[in-house]
Ligand binder design. Structure first.
Ligand code: HEC
Ligand code: HEC
Length: 312
C-alpha cells in the first residue's frame, strides 16, 4: 500500500515537472504559445483553434469563429511552408513572418487582445516569465514573443510527398494520372504554373482569378493595402502543398472541394458572370475535359505530405 502511494506521488511530481519544465528551443517555446489560449481576450482561442495541425494547420470551416463566436471574413489558410514567403495574409498586409504575429492576436474577430496586454500577461505568468528568461535571457517582449512563434512556424515545412519522391527520380512514386496532371498543370493550356510555381507552388505575388465583382464577391484583397485600382480583387497566390487536406478553398472558403476549384478554373464565368479585373490568363474559359480535370486533381493530391495521409 505504502509502495503504491509512494509510486503515485512520484508520478504526480513527474507530471508537475513536465508542465513546468523549461523549453529547450525558441521553436518549443513558440509551439507552446501557438496552442495556448492565453493570447486571446477571454483565454478561449489559440492560434491552433483555427490552424489545426491535422489539416496542415488550416481550418475545415469556411470562416473560423474567434473569441465569443465572432466571425471574420476570410478562410484560415495553412500556415505550413511559410519560411520562404515574402508576404503574409491574403492581402499581404504583413511583410515578414515576425510582423505577422500581432495581427491575429489583436484582430477583434480572432483573439481580440491588444499586443501590449498579451505581453503583460506573459510577463505576469510564472512559467512564461521563466521560459523567456531561459531562452532569451530577458522577460517576454514584443520582439521575442514574435520571434518564438515565428521559430515554431518555420519548423512546419513539408516535402515528404509522392511528387517530391518522383522529382528525385523515384519514377513510380506518382500515379500515371498525377504525372499527366503535372503536365497539364505546367502547360500553356491550363496555365496553373504561371502563378503557382517554385518549390511551394506560389510566385508570392498577388493575382485576380475572378472572385471579385462588387456584388456577391466584395473582398477587395490587395487593394485594401495599396489602394491601387489595379489591385482590386487580387489575392496572394497560395502555395499548394497539402492542398488536398485544407478544404474549403479560396480567401472566403467558398469552394468545398478540389473538384469545385478545378471546375471554376475551367470556366470562371459560370460562378462569377461579371468579374472585375480578372487576370488575362483566365479571361478565356479553359474548358478542360473530364480527363484533364481528374488528372489535375490527382496531381494536386500528390502534393500531400505523408504525415497527413490518414486525412487525405
Ligand atoms: C479565429 C481564427 C484564427 C486564429 C485564432 C488565428 N488565425 Fe491565423 N489566420 C486566420 C485567417 C482567417 C487568416 C487569413 C486572414 C487574411 O488573409 O486576411 C489567417 C492567416 C494567418 C497567416 C498567414 C498565412 C498566409 O498564407 O499568408 C499566418 C502565418 C497565421 N494566420 C498565423 C497565426 C498565428 C501565429 C496565430 C496565433 C497568434 C493565428 N494565426 C491565430 C485565422 C486565425
Ligand atoms: C493568374 C494566376 C493564377 C492561375 C493561372 C491559377 N491560379 Fe490558382 N490561385 C491563384 C490565386 C490568386 C488564388 C487565391 C484566390 C482567392 O483566395 O480568392 C488561387 C487559389 C488556388 C487554389 C486554392 C488554394 C487554397 O488553399 O484555397 C487552388 C487549389 C488552385 N489555385 C489551383 C490552381 C490550378 C489547378 C490552376 C490551373 C488550372 C490554377 N490554380 C491557376 C492564382 C492563380
Amino acid at each position: 500500500m505504502i509502495q503504491i502511494k509512494v509510486f503515485s506521488l512520484f508520478l504526480i511530481s513527474l507530471f508537475a515537472l513536465s508542465q513546468f519544465s523549461l523549453p529547450e528551443s525558441k521553436a518549443a517555446l513558440g509551439e507552446r504559445l501557438f496552442f495556448d489560449p492565453i493570447l486571446s481576450r477571454d483565454s478561449t482561442i489559440s492560434c491552433g483553434s483555427c490552424h489545426k495541425p491535422d489539416f496542415a494547420f488550416a481550418d475545415t470551416v469556411a470562416i473560423s469563429p474567434g473569441v465569443m463566436g465572432r466571425l471574420g471574413r476570410r478562410n484560415a489558410p495553412s500556415v505550413m511552408n511559410m519560411a520562404d514567403r515574402n508576404a503574409f495574409f491574403y492581402d499581404g498586409r504583413a511583410k515578414t513572418i515576425f510582423d505577422q504575429i500581432h495581427f491575429p492576436i489583436e484582430d477583434p474577430a480572432e483573439m481580440d487582445l491588444p499586443y501590449e496586454e498579451a505581453i503583460a500577461r506573459l510577463v505576469d505568468h510564472e512559467y512564461y516569465n521563466r521560459a523567456f528568461n531561459h531562452i532569451y535571457q530577458e522577460i517576454p517582449n514584443a520582439k521575442n514573443i514574435a520571434d518564438a512563434i515565428a521559430a515554431y512556424e518555420s519548423t512546419l515545412e513539408t516535402a515528404n510527398t509522392e511528387f517530391d519522391a518522383w522529382m528525385t527520380n523515384q519514377r513510380n512514386a506518382m500515379s500515371a494520372a498525377a504525372i499527366r496532371g503535372r503536365e497539364i498543370f505546367m502547360s500553356d493550356r491550363a496555365k496553373c504554373f504561371n502563378c503557382h510555381f517554385g518549390p511551394d507552388f506560389t510566385d508570392d505575388d498577388f493575382k485576380n482569378i475572378g472572385l471579385y465583382d462588387e456584388r456577391t464577391y466584395t473582398d477587395k484583397g490587395r487593394y485594401d493595402v495599396t489602394k491601387k485600382s489595379s489591385d482590386l480583387g487580387k489575392f496572394k497566390v497560395p502555395g499548394l502543398r497539402n492542398v488536398a487536406v485544407t478544404a474549403p478553398y479560396m480567401h472566403d472558403g467558398s469552394f468545398k472541394t478540389l473538384r469545385e476549384v478545378i471546375d471554376y478554373y475551367s470556366d470562371p464565368y459560370i460562378v462569377v458572370p461579371n468579374p472585375i479585373n480578372i487576370d488575362s490568363d483566365l479571361r478565356k474559359p479553359l474548358n478542360l475535359t473530364e480527363q484533364e480535370k481528374r488528372d489535375l486533381e490527382a496531381f494536386l493530391r500528390s502534393l500531400t505530405d505523408r504525415r497527413f495521409y490518414k486525412f487525405n
